[in-house]
Write a protein that binds this ligand. Structure first.
Ligand SMILES: CCCCCCC/C=C/C(=O)SCCNC(=O)CCNC(=O)[C@H](O)C(C)(C)COP(=O)(O)OP(=O)(O)OC[C@H]1O[C@@H](n2cnc3c(N)ncnc32)[C@H](O)[C@@H]1OP(=O)(O)O
Length: 719
């Protein structure tokens, strides 16, 4: 797992060999330890180079080993032995040096990087801290403020920035390994002590306490309850206030606490879940490994509303040539201006040139003859979308892929109006589409494996986390959102306020509570959908009482709010009050409190005290319950997909792993018991009726999440 060779006469070359990323598994640590001992002992060896095989230095500690009992030599003494040795050791960094990989390099006396390499300490994103000396050596090397920033965010740094910061000593466009070998010979005999970071003091600016206090305040504000960033600041503080060994002791103590935490487990689960969802498979046996994507060089977007504009920007940024179609001339002009502005803004941030040359605007669908893939993003109306698909089917080349950005309409119904249903697929982007990482790729019953591969591959090119989902109303994310929204509204009826519900959800870790999000999205969106569904407005069944629809409990509160012209941020009032239309700072609104009080009086509801626990249980467990139904219905590949949808599309706090992971952490029997309790109290809310899958899992001893698939009733997959 580490190869040893002697090169150029006196240089020992140690190569990490653990594909694909040379993670520091027990075997690799053993290999390095043995190789370093050998090099330091061999009198013919005067200096050492450490590098990684296949153009990757090291992706860090082996994350898969974290869940198992520790074996092999630990990292800290291994790195100390390198630093303490009396021969210069040079790290040759190609590809990446992340986490333990960078910590290994910091234990070396010199660091040479390839110009395309990236370095960083991403442990915080796994709920940990750089506990192989990273929190003690990096501040000593580059100073307090930059070290704090890198360690608390886990940000990756390019070789050029690493050179500026002083993390690496040289950057080369040639082979980092060759330069390191040459360099290792040049530095033989030079004093080593100044290169041993553990012997140095952390450079301390006069306002050191202010810097640390501000960093702590910043991470607490951003962390939304995540513990690792806070521990990172505490560890770096030790690099300032304590001698090296005592600082290391503090680093270990903090790590021991984090290592055992449920947050670390959740974040590490997310790391692997994110990668697992890219490896899709269908019930037909087709999967990502055996289905080839079609080449897509020219794409088109139909409709330049908010979604269409974001999708266009995302496609151009990925280097695709795009035809943007908008039949309304005024809308086209407006869209054009906004797309250009967004591309220019993005390019400016990255010091690049906006690729406006990749764009062609038109009002004429017949200009789509040569496009490989078309994404329809017109108004969310089935009749309109069908009309567009019919036209596309006759205008586009026969093998062009037709995608819809619907957020929940039936993909099969759309496919049925085309002559190529096998080439139709849903690509459900989330607003703003050029920013949000999530993409639901919706498999229609006739979508071919090739078309699934094409959409998934395109998602990857766009930098999205793409998740294959089945074609059911609302797909996965929006389908699970309904019970969550319903519960939030019911809680208002029963005595809560928007700020009480939002406060509990924000305390849980959501960036915004449900009512703030609704205000941001615009309350009229849901209002229109409810009208179309006959839940409010002229199409309501006259036999339905006001608070019941289609046989189940219904809260007309959101409709009443809309009827008052309170449409959310854009109108300056919604569930909250804003300083102006379009304003973003939400303040509780006495008028809403009055509206709620009057409503309760009108309907004879005695308000009760509602606590955070009830808010969380009712909103989150109802959502989770629907997640189990999604699995039971075969609409998702597994719980990992659902979790990634919620983490990347709905602001679910990553350190809680996603709704299904959270359910497993809370304990499935507890989730079941609370759902049963609430269902008894609210028998007219079918969403609270525990799903049969949840019951089956509990009866079978609550198996771990990766075994849930075994408890689905077959045939299960609709994918
Ligand atoms: C018990 C005490 C322990 C003390 C620990 C001391 C402190 C040190 C802690 C750490 O080092 S934690 C790890 C820090 N490193 C990272 O967070 C890096 C994670 N990896 C990445 O960012 C990326 O994988 C990459 C290295 C940039 C490569 O990206 P790329 O897109 O090329 O490939 P991926 O699909 O992401 O990965 C390929 C393959 O490799 C697996 N993998 C990646 N990194 C690790 C790792 N550190 N440990 C284990 N496995 C890793 C990844 O899951 C993929 O696997 P498959 O999906 O193909 O099975």
């Amino acid at each position: 797992m580490a190869r040893y060779a002697q090169v150029q006469g006196s240089v020992a070359l140690i190569t990490l060999t653990n594909p694909p990323v040379n993670a520091l598994s027990a075997a690799v640590r053993l290999g390095i330890t043995e190789a370093v001992t050998r090099a330091l002992r061999d009198p013919k060896v005067k200096s050492v180079v450490i590098c990684g095989e296949n153009g990757v230095f090291c992706g860090g500690a082996d994350i898969r080993e974290f869940a198992k009992p520790m074996t092999g030599p630990p990292l800290v003494p291994m790195i100390s032995a390198i630093e303490e040795g009396d021969k210069p050791v040079v790290a040759a960094i190609e590809g990446v040096a992340f986490g333990g990989g960078l910590e290994l390099a910091l234990g070396c006396h010199y660091r040479i990087a390839h110009s395309k390499a990236r370095v960083g300490l991403p442990e915080v994103t796994l709920g940990l801290l750089p506990a192989a000396g990273g929190t003690q050596r990096l501040p000593r090397l580059i100073g307090l403020a930059p070290a704090l920033e890198l360690i608390t965010t886990g940000r990756h740094v390019t070789a050029q920035e690493a050179l500026k910061l002083g993390i690496v000593d040289k950057v080369t466009d040639q082979s980092a390994q060759d330069l390191a070998i040459q360099f290792a010979q040049e530095v033989i005999g030079q004093p080593l002590l100044p290169r041993k970071l553990s012997t140095q003091l952390t450079p301390c600016p006069p306002d050191v306490d202010t810097i640390l206090d501000e960093a702590m305040a910043r991470v607490k504000q951003r962390a939304r309850g995540a513990m690792a960033p806070v521990a990172c600041v505490q560890a770096v503080r030790a690099a300032v206030n304590l001698p090296y060994q005592a600082g290391m002791q503090k680093e270990q103590e903090l790590m021991a606490f984090l290592f055992r935490s449920s947050q670390a487990r959740a974040l590490q689960y997310c790391f692997f879940a994110q990668r697992a969802v890219g490896k899709w498979s269908l019930s037909s046996g087709a999967h990502s490994g055996n289905s080839k994507p079609r080449p897509v060089t020219k794409a088109a977007v139909i409709g330049l509303g908010t979604m269409g504009r974001g999708i266009t920007v995302a496609l151009v940024k990925a280097g695709l040539s795009v035809v943007a179609v908008e039949t309304n001339k005024k809308q086209l002009e407006m869209g054009k201006q906004m797309v250009s502005a967004m591309l220019k803004h993005d390019a400016q941030k990255m010091n690049a040139v906006p690729r406006l040359d990749l764009l062609h605007y038109t009002t004429d669908l017949s200009e789509l003859k040569n496009t490989d893939l078309i994404i329809e993003a017109v108004f969310e109306d089935m009749a309109l979308k069908k009309e567009v698909f019919k036209k596309l089917s006759s205008v586009c080349k026969p093998d062009a892929v037709l995608c819809t950005n619907t957020s929940g309409l039936d993909v099969d119904e759309l496919a049925s109006v085309t002559k190529r249903p096998e080439l139709v697929v849903g690509m459900h982007f989330f607003a703003p589409a050029h920013v949000m990482k999530l993409l639901e790729v919706v498999r229609g019953s006739r979508s071919s494996p090739e078309v699934m591969a094409t959409a998934m591959h395109l998602g990857k090119r766009l930098g999205k986390v793409s998740v294959v989902v089945g074609n059911c109303s609302g797909f996965v994310g929006n389908r699970m959102l309904r019970p969550y929204l319903d519960q939030a509204n019911f809680l208002l009826e029963e005595g809560a306020t928007p700020e009480l519900v939002d406060g509990a959800l924000e305390e849980f870790g959501f960036p915004m509570g449900v009512f703030k999000v609704s205000d941001l999205s615009g309350l009229d969106v849901g209002w229109r959908i409810r009208k179309e569904a006959g839940l409010t407005g002229p199409n309501v069944d006259p036999k339905d009482p006001l608070r019941r629809r289609q046989g189940r409990r219904y809260s007309p509160l959101p409709d009443l709010v809309c009827e008052q012209g309170r449409l959310g941020q854009k109108s300056g009032r919604g569930w909250y009050l804003y300083d102006k239309p379009g304003g973003r700072v939400a303040t509780p609104d006495p008028d809403i409190h009055k509206l709620l009080e009057d409503y309760r009086v009108r309907h004879g509801i005695r308000p009760r005290q509602i606590g955070s626990q009830e808010v969380l249980e009712r909103c989150l467990f109802a959502l989770i319950n629907e997640g189990f139904r999604v699995l039971e219905d075969g609409m998702a590949m597994g719980p990992e997909g659902i979790d990634m949808i919620y983490v990347f599309g709905y602001g679910w706090p990553r350190h809680r792993g996603g709704p299904m992971f959270y359910a497993a952490m809370v304990g499935l029997p507890r989730v079941l018991e609370r759902l049963e309790y609430y269902q008894q109290v609210h028998p007219d809310v079918p969403h609270l009726q525990p799903s049969s899958l949840l019951r089956r899992l509990v009866v079978n001893g609550s198996p771990p999440l990766d075994k849930w698939r075994d408890f689905l009733q077959r045939p299960h997959s609709q994918l």
